[in-house]
Design a protein around this ligand. Structure first.
Ligand code: 4NP
Length: 166
């Protein structure tokens, strides 16, 4: 039995959970393995239209270009309970962040909620020089846009690993 220190857990949230957040999940899994870090990682969407679906074929192809198979991932909608299950939740864009703030469990009359609650922030706030910016939705875009998404989420994943190692 190990010590009673819970392992960090990270949830990435975008709109559909078929383009950006699965790529963020894959990028952090790869960076965490490379760093020998134990971290629990998942992704979800603020919307539920794609629940149960595999990632967008262009996201699967982009991950495959980096040697990572995400074809087995399945989309799900974020739940209030996720705020108790994860230590950190990252929103891929500002609208995702606003939507997450709306479902985030709130204390009563300004009192904090009982028990732990995830820290919630904008993903690119982690990346120096990219604070306040979105990981742009590539859904209506091209394969190149998915490559840009991969670059963005990889930069952020490296910052997460750096922080977790401290
Ligand atoms: P994601 O991209 O939020 O990065 O997964 C989208 C996927 C699906 C839709 C929009 C964005 N959609 O409207 O179905």
């Amino acid at each position: 039995m190990g010590p009673l220190v819970s392992q960090p857990s990270v949830l990435f949230v975008c709109l559909g959970n078929i383009c950006r957040s699965p790529l963020a999940e894959a990028a952090l899994r790869a960076e965490a393995v490379a760093a020998g870090l134990a971290v629990s990682i998942d992704s979800a969407g603020t919307g539920g239209w794609h629940a149960g679906d595999p990632p967008d074929p262009r996201a699967v192809a982009e991950a495959a270009r980096h040697g990572i198979d995400i074809s087995g991932y399945r989309a799900r909608q974020v739940r209030r309970e996720d705020f108790q299950r994860f230590s950190t939740i990252y929103a891929l864009d500002q609208q995702n962040l606003r939507d997450l703030r709306r479902i985030q469990p709130k204390g009563f009359m300004g009192r904090p909620i009982a028990g732990p609650s995830a820290r919630l922030s904008l993903l690119m706030d982690l990346v120096p020089g990219r604070e306040g910016t979105a990981v742009i939705d590539p859904y209506g875009g091209t394969a190149e846009d998915f490559a840009t998404t991969w670059e963005d989420v990889t930069l952020a994943a490296r910052e997460i690993v750096t922080r977790l190692r401290r």
